[in-house]
Design a protein. Structure first.
Length: 90
């Protein structure tokens, strides 16, 4: 329903929409969703752990990530800064 009704007046927010789905199926669903929302000129923000989707999409989509620092002595430090590009896959 969301994809059917999405248009240029919509703002779609999605958090891990393919979480728990097998990777290749999740990538296909996510890529198709992004292509549909882009074609409908919809504004959207999606979070995902499927970083490979960036190479599957040929559209003006911009990618950002929340940065973290991994330190051996302190572990993971969440900077909470939005930075351009997909995040590291580790």
């Amino acid at each position: 329903t969301i994809l059917k009704l999405a248009n240029y007046n919509s703002l779609i927010l999605g958090d891990e929409i393919c979480h728990g789905t097998e990777v290749s199926s999740g990538l296909a669903i996510l890529a198709a969703t992004i292509e549909r929302l882009t074609a409908a000129r919809t504004s959207f923000v999606l979070s995902t752990h499927l970083h490979q989707v960036c190479s599957l999409i040929d559209s003006p989509v911009r990618y950002y990530h929340l940065s973290v620092i991994q330190r051996e002595d302190l572990g993971i430090i969440y900077e909470r800064k939005l930075k351009p590009g997909p995040g590291p896959s580790q």
